[in-house]
Design a binder for this molecule. Structure first.
Ligand code: NAG
Length: 339
């Protein structure tokens, strides 16, 4: 910041005062060096390195990422763009280790599917417009995606059944849910989170049991505070985008995806068509679907990486692909809570 202020006061201010008297002006930005861009990026995202050595290491990663992102966008061959976001100084491996946190795929459990006989599905749905989606949250450096995914789906069904949109507590899931292999920031399963909320006979509000982006000891007092409840959950039949559509037409649904590639880390806008595989490592929430003006069908997906990522925190992911698993495996492992 100091650098920019110095520059403004010495060189730019006299020019600005001349330009201020004219009716139009266009200041041509000079091309910043990569070091300057890193510096500006650090200011924008409040990034501080503990010493120069760490700064040099992360500058190198930043530079590689920026070059990757710019080459991708310049090629312009895809229906989506990448952007230099808050994760621009992390390698893809560091990013995955710190952020995702869906446990390796369990054997699919078969439950009944209440929406199987639905016909007459709408051509688009956006649960945000129906008031069933809370603002974008940020899981931070904690592998608690599974808790955010399950909570977003629970917030949705709670709004649909009670008419009230209440932001609910991911931290309670992180701290208190010890169902099977759930480990807070170490990862877990959305279905287990639904099971926990069911057995606990409810879940606290976000405001009662706020998020800390770290493992903590279960607060038994707050655990008894219930802002919403569910009676159980069901799984969407696997490997069927058709079945997923029936579910998402009725409520926000927890879905699992492979978010492990750089294209996903730096996704900024458009309909995402991959690169990605089907190694499910991230839990998110499908909150709608639709089709672009030029006929590209997509899933509307709520992520938990803050609003600087993607389309204000959301991603549109290609829908009705040839692989039965769906894009990034989105049709492989989905579930939803029931009121
Ligand atoms: C769907 O329809 C079939 C055939 O009529 C019926 O057996 C099944 O119970 C229905 N499923 C649900 C969830 O209503």
């Amino acid at each position: 910041m100091a650098f920019l202020i110095a520059k403004l006061s010495i060189f730019t201010l006299p020019i600005l005062s001349i330009l201020a008297t004219q009716t139009t002006c266009r200041v041509v930005p000079e091309k910043l060096s990569m070091l300057e861009r890193h510096e500006q990026w650090m200011v924008r995202y409040g990034r501080v390195y503990k010493d120069n050595e760490e700064r040099v290491i992360h500058f190198k990663i930043f530079k590689d990422n920026v070059e990757f992102i710019e080459a991708f966008n310049e090629a312009g061959t895809r229906s989506y763009k990448l952007g230099i976001n808050a994760f621009a100084d992390q390698t893809n491996d560091e990013f995955k280790a710190a952020r995702n946190g869906l446990k390796v795929h369990k054997l699919p459990k078969i439950t009944s599917f209440r929406y199987e006989n639905m016909s007459a599905l709408p051509s688009s749905m956006d649960w945000r417009k129906k008031g069933a989606v809370t603002p974008i949250k940020d899981q931070g450096q904690c592998g608690s995606c599974w808790a955010f995914s399950a909570i977003a789906a629970t917030e949705g069904i709670n709004q649909l059944s009670t008419g009230k949109l209440i932001s609910l507590s991911e931290q309670e899931i992180v701290d208190c849910d010890k169902t099977s292999q759930d480990q807070g920031c170490g990862g877990g399963y959305m279905e287990d989170a639904f099971e926990f909320i069911t057995k606990n006979k409810g879940i606290a509000a976000e405001s009662t049991y706020p998020y800390k982006a770290a493992n903590g000891i279960c607060n038994k007092n707050e655990e008894t505070s219930h802002a919403a409840e569910i009676s159980g959950y069901e799984k969407v039949p696997i490997n069927s985008e058709k079945a997923l559509l029936k579910a998402v037409a009725n409520q926000p649904v927890s879905v699992s995806i492979d978010a492990g590639e750089m294209d996903f880390q730096f996704y900024s806008s458009g309909v995402f068509t991959g690169e990605c595989g089907t190694d499910l490592d991230h839990g998110v929430t499908a909150v709608g679907f639709g089709e672009t003006a030029d006929g590209k069908k997509y899933w509307l997906v709520k992520n938990s990486w803050g609003t600087s990522w993607g389309e204000e925190g959301y991603i549109r992911m290609e829908r009705d692909v040839s692989a039965k698993q769906g894009i990034c495996g989105i049709a492989m492992d989905s579930s939803y809570p029931i009121a």
